[in-house]
Design a protein around this ligand. Sequence first.
Ligand SMILES: C[S@@+](CC[C@H](N)C(=O)[O-])C[C@H]1O[C@@H](n2cnc3c(N)ncnc32)[C@H](O)[C@@H]1O
Length: 221
Amino acid sequence: MSSKTWAAVDDYIVSSLFEADPVLDAVIATNRKQGLPAIDVSAAQGKLLSLLVRIRGAKRVLEVGTLGGYSTIWMARALPADGKVVTLELDPHHAKVAHSNFERAGVSKLVDLRVGPALQSLETLAAENAGPFDLIFIDADKPNNPNYLTWAMRLSRPGTVIICDNVIRDGAVLDEDGRDPHVEGARAAFSFIGGDKHLDGTAIQTVGAKGYDGFAIAIVE
Ligand SMILES: C[S@@+](CC[C@H](N)C(=O)[O-])C[C@H]1O[C@@H](n2cnc3c(N)ncnc32)[C@H](O)[C@@H]1O
């Protein structure tokens, strides 16, 4: 089974189950044209995020790691009219592209984009009493996973859903002696979720257009 098959099956999933969405396709095209790395979630993953927002009945969503706002738009579109996604991005160029993508997708009123190191933005959000959030998607610099999970717990309440992306990394998550900071970040997410008695979680391995990876998902108890 090859990555070519995984990508083809992803195409099949999308063409069978969703309406064609020229706006989201244009967002991906813009992100590439503007030189952003191709590390947005896939369409099938974006759809999963939007379903999770709806399943949870989330009104307040926090995202750590915006890039060009592709995943943000999927989640924003699943919110009620008085909902909000607060999304945090370090890179001003990524944030500028995301801002224009939010305009194009007609979700600007539903999105609060904060530019700067996420750890600083999270501190500001806590000072503003911006929590609790109903769903939190962590998808930024992986070595900070434990810090983001710590903040996620502070900005959550029982019932909050926390998703942490890219925790399988081609199976490298098994490499307990490795020194790859991304793998260490993935393993730290497992230690955090497994070790916090207020979190009940699992992780799902995924293959698809983005290769072999996976995400952890947990509910705050
Ligand atoms: C994997 S991408 C996010 C993809 C996005 N969630 C999507 O699926 O469309 C990670 C993003 O996190 C940003 N990032 C990295 N370190 C960060 C930090 N310390 N604070 C905030 N954002 C950061 C990167 O600039 C990048 O845009």
